[in-house]
Ligand binder design. Structure first.
Ligand SMILES: Cc1cc2nc3c(=O)[nH]c(=O)nc-3n(C[C@H](O)[C@H](O)[C@H](O)COP(=O)(O)OP(=O)(O)OC[C@H]3O[C@@H](n4cnc5c(N)ncnc54)[C@H](O)[C@@H]3O)c2cc1C
Length: 501
């Protein structure tokens, strides 16, 4: 593991595709002086140019997009939002078509070179990186194919904000959105995708009707609840182990135009969680989340965040919405904004964090699913000793969801009716190795405490995790995952950055 490290770049080739006039397919070329990249050297496991060509090499197929091996592209693919793990690939494919990914999978498979898809690279622990392999930058496959009355067909490289821009003019929306909407559809479908509407509609993967997947053998398969169900269940929340999602059919529901947002404050954890449970059970709000926030005395208090979506001239009735809640009277904040502004509410914060450089600090994030029966004792204990130095002023999320809304087997949560997402979204500040190491060790400790209570990690976390840990994580469905892996990625080439196989 190299932290915030410099990169060792030994690959100096720069590949370009050059379109010719007669064919849509480009001829893959790379110039070093006048040398053209023409293949892959089996013995040296390196790319071959016309100048360096030895007697034995395999020719590369022509591509619609571009396969890069230059330092800038390799460095970008060796990093992610976590800035903790850096693994350098030997090439980055920016596909111009699904066929490009098939060609590259078929080509590199011969040499047992590993492959990973990369959406927006917002993982925190190298999940989309691949040492000495090929990273497929899905952001070039970003077409929205259709918006229907209740579904949209999209490429996996589309980001959720882009989809919203297209659906909202039709008064439609995906049922569940993550707090930050600049994530790729393929990236969140590979992990789950949780948000404030999850108590009503499950996670994003519960709102997918069909996916097109490329297997580790480069076969294009369509799967759904009704067709190739084993593959459907192996890729949604499947952490990229059994296939690369290239296209998805996403459910859409009616979108309101406006949102009334309520922030309600609590000093007491038990009262806070009691109110949250009430809200997700009677479903009076469209959106329910919550946070542990710093108070003025160097300690913590709790902020319930709830939102009601509406279409004027109708307006939400505050008295009805706030009835029987026990927040501290007089501290409530109520604000109206457009539905899109609400969904995009993190944009200003992200722009600010980028402007002061903190966005590029390491992010050892902890995301846990805590059993509802243990949440007050576990979270109460954690919060009693937590300091701002432990979080780097990153947010701490705490909100309940109903497990009967989850329908995909690889999305692992405790076996209770209500579980809480408890996420300490740490920023390593100052951005030093010692701080990262301490935070990751705290993550591991809290993961183990929660696991012993019947809890799970949410897979997007930054937690040192062994293959045994993964096996335990997936335990009741581990056998199913292993057989899907054998069937759909028999050479174990896909997504090694997760560390599962
Ligand atoms: C600021 C911020 C806010 C976030 N908020 C939320 C939130 O509210 N709710 C939530 O659930 N998560 C949230 N996340 C976590 C986020 O959902 C995951 O990190 C997600 O994987 C990021 O998507 P990405 O496009 O950046 O994927 P990447 O980081 O690029 O990839 C993630 C994993 O998916 C694999 N992958 C990517 N594309 C594909 C594909 N097409 N097919 C198969 N596998 C693929 C990669 O190989 C990798 O293993 C947040 C992250 C950040 C940084």
């Amino acid at each position: 593991m190299t932290r915030l490290g410099s990169y060792a770049h030994d690959n100096q080739f720069c590949w370009e595709t050059m379109k010719n006039n007669t064919s849509r397919r480009a001829v893959l070329q790379s110039l070093i002086g006048s040398a053209i990249v023409i293949g892959f050297d089996i013995c040296n496991r390196s790319w071959v140019t016309s100048a360096s060509a030895a007697s034995r090499f395999e020719s590369l197929p022509p591509l619609d997009g571009v396969l890069y091996t230059d330092n800038t592209k390799l460095a970008a693919a060796s990093d992610d939002f976590g800035h903790i793990v850096h693994r350098q690939p030997i090439a980055v494919l920016e596909p111009g078509s699904i066929s490009d990914i098939i060609r590259i999978i078929e080509f590199v498979r011969t040499y047992k070179i590993k492959i990973a898809a990369r959406g927006q690279g917002h993982s925190t622990y190298g999940q989309s990186q691949v040492e000495a392999g090929v990273v497929i930058n899905m952001s070039t496959l970003n077409k929205i194919h259709s918006i229907g009355a209740d579904q949209a067909i999209v490429d996996a490289g589309v980001v959720w904000s882009q989809l919203l821009q297209q659906t909202l003019p039709h008064s439609l929306t995906p049922p569940v959105l993550t707090d930050y909407i600049e994530l790729s559809i393929g990236g969140t479908l590979s992990v789950g995708g949780i948000g404030g509407a999850t108590h009503r509609y499950g996670v994003q993967i519960d709102n997918v009707l069909e996916v097109q997947v490329l297997t580790g053998e480069g076969k294009l398969e369509t799967c759904s609840k009704f067709q190739n169900r084993d593959l459907f269940e192996a890729v949604l929340g499947g952490l990229g182990q059994c296939g690369i999602i290239v296209q998805a059919t996403i459910k859409l529901i009616a979108a309101a135009t406006n949102t009334r947002v309520f922030l309600l404050f609590y000093d007491d954890l038990a009262t806070f969680t009691r109110d949250q449970r009430l809200l997700i059970s009677d479903q009076r709000f469209n959106y329910v989340e919550g946070q542990v926030v710093a108070n003025d005395n160097g300690g913590w208090r709790y902020m319930l965040e709830a939102a009601s979506f509406y279409n004027p001239p109708a307006t939400p009735n505050n008295n009805v919405l706030l009835a029987n809640l026990n927040y501290i009277r007089g501290t409530e904040q109520i604000e109206d904004k457009s539905y899109l502004d609400f969904l995009n509410r993190l944009a200003d914060t992200v722009a600010f964090l980028k402007s002061i450089g903190v966005w590029s600090y390491p992010h050892p994030w902890l995301n846990l699913f805590v059993p509802g029966s243990a949440v007050e004792s576990f979270v109460g204990e954690v919060v009693s000793t937590l300091t701002l130095a432990d979080t780097g002023q990153g947010p701490i999320l705490l909100y309940p969801v109903k497990t009967n809304r989850f329908h995909l087997p690889l999305f692992r949560v405790p076996t209770e009716e209500i579980v809480f997402l408890f996420a300490i979204l740490r920023t390593a500040a100052p951005p030093e190795d010692a701080v990262v190491t301490r935070m990751m060790s705290d993550n591991r400790k809290l993961f183990e405490q929660n696991r012993d209570l019947g809890g799970y990690r949410y897979s997007v976390s930054t937690i040192p995790f062994s293959q045994d840990d993964w096996q335990q994580h997936f335990r009741p469905v581990w056998g199913k995952l292993v057989s899907a892996k054998r069937r759909y990625d028999p050479d174990n080439l896909l997504t090694p950055g997760q560390g599962i196989f």
